[in-house]
Ligand binder design. Structure first.
Ligand code: IMP
Length: 191
């Protein structure tokens, strides 16, 4: 396989995915480079949403396509925001407003456990492959770090005394996305 369409407009995800594949000879083409918009994420699971995104571009271009659907599940919020992580603070949500909302909902709470989940769907030669990555952590009481995107400044993975946003390239080897991508890379190498 020498080309891979990545069905995302999220620059943070795209950067991480490109970096991950930088050691194998594969051309990464993003949805934005194809001037494609994203289909509406109407699914109620990560898998359904990742399938929607991957199928949309694969049907059109017939090039192997990878889609990522991911989210942050907070224990004390019964798993929210989960698949609604991007829009947690409503239709006009920004990364910052989502983080502020999360901090507000957890104010005074001692249980700050959370899990990042990433489900990747790869479609190649009309076959569909799935890989999942999960990382447990805690939601900090305040922002730290400037790297990454989304909830990175608030998420402290178990075993690390710093947020994803303070990790620079380390995040790219231990994150929920990295766990899923390692499995996808193994599949890609066999195709
Ligand atoms: P999706 O595009 O529906 O998969 O939305 C994923 C959302 O989950 C993003 O917009 C972020 O808010 C959040 N998210 C997913 N992965 C990460 C990550 O690695 N760091 C921080 N936030 C993330």
């Amino acid at each position: 396989m020498d080309k891979l369409v990545v069905a995302t407009h999220n620059q943070g995800k795209l950067r991480e995915i490109k970096h991950f594949f930088s050691d194998i000879p594969i051309e990464i083409i993003s949805a934005a480079e194809l001037s494609e918009s994203s289909p509406k994420e109407t699914g109620i699971t990560y898998r359904e949403n990742a399938l929607l995104k991957a199928r949309y571009l694969y049907k059109k271009y017939r090039i192997p396509t990878l889609a990522d659907d991911s989210g942050l599940e907070v224990k004390a919020l019964n798993g929210m925001p989960g698949i609604y992580s991007a829009r947690f603070d409503g239709a006009k949500a920004t990364y910052h407003s989502n983080n502020i909302k999360l901090l507000g909902l957890l104010e005074g709470k001692r249980d700050r456990r959370a899990e990042f989940v990433c489900v990747m769907i790869l479609i190649a030669d009309d076959k569909t492959y799935q890989a999942t990555g999960k990382v447990a952590g805690n939601i900090a009481c305040d922002f730290s770090g400037t790297e990454g995107f989304g909830y990175d400044p608030l998420f402290i993975p178990v075993g690390y005394g710093r947020s994803y946003a303070e990790m620079e390239y380390k995040k790219q080897s231990i994150s929920h996305r990295a766990v899923a991508l390692k499995k996808i890379k193994r599949i890609i190498k066999t195709l």
